[in-house]
Design a protein around this ligand. Sequence first.
Ligand SMILES: [Zn+2]
Length: 302
Amino acid sequence: MTPSTETPVGSSAGTGGSAGTGSSAGTSSGRAEIGVIGGSGFYEFLTDSERIRITTPFGDPSDDVVIGDLEGRRVAFLTRHGQDHRFPPHRVNYRANLWALRSVGVRQVLAPCAVGSLKPDDGPGTVVVPDQVVDRTWGRDHTVYDGIGAVVHVGFSDPYCPRGREVVINAGRAAGQKVVDAGTLVVINGPRFSSRAESLWHQQAGWTVVGMTAMPEASIARELAMCFTTIALVTDLDAGVEGGESVTHEEVFKVFARSLNTLKTVLQSAIVDMPAGEDDASATCACRRALDGLILPFALPT
Ligand SMILES: [Zn+2]
């Protein structure tokens, strides 16, 4: 691995509205087309990988970005919770993480995460590729357009990339995995799990799975006109679901570790099958058009 260091740009996270033009990857070797936000176990299948330290106008991302090759695709990995899982879900710097990936060229993001199931039939090991999200988080820095001045409203009616979702669903099925190809992911603030009443409420609303990290990750990706696909791995039945016991931290980590290899297989083939790294102008999905016609208060990293 060849470490390299980015020149810090911009200001601290507290002054997001005055964000500068952002960082660039520096050398072409430090560029990638597909980003993965997940655990550190995921990037061991990359070849010729290098670690790149990036600073953003919103502060430091959770960790260095690791860039490497997978069957000809250039992939950038970022551990969501940082080294040693040091950042709890409500302390992850989602803005810096997405900005950092975009600054090395990433426009397609795959985001594996652990979730609890709100449906008794979709137990541990099920992969859910949600097409909707409900944000019940609070107190997180949830937008890059945080300054006083130009107001930027982005569309979020369909939060996830249709092309990325299709690729992941196909990859999951090809791997022999049980895949739920739609559904609503409700994101709670954590780090505590839901009460039984909250869980029942989520279930009665018709939602599918519950997690702690998918927002504002997905909406910030949209604010940066990046394609974003969540790959939600069920680790437990949530507390209010028939047969669901009180969820424990230990149980979640145990099931996640057990399912890691399957998830890696799905992820690997999804990466290989992802749409080619076309430029912004020729991309066909709406995610990449999210900022068309808007006046931005600062230039996005390219
Ligand atoms: Zn897209």
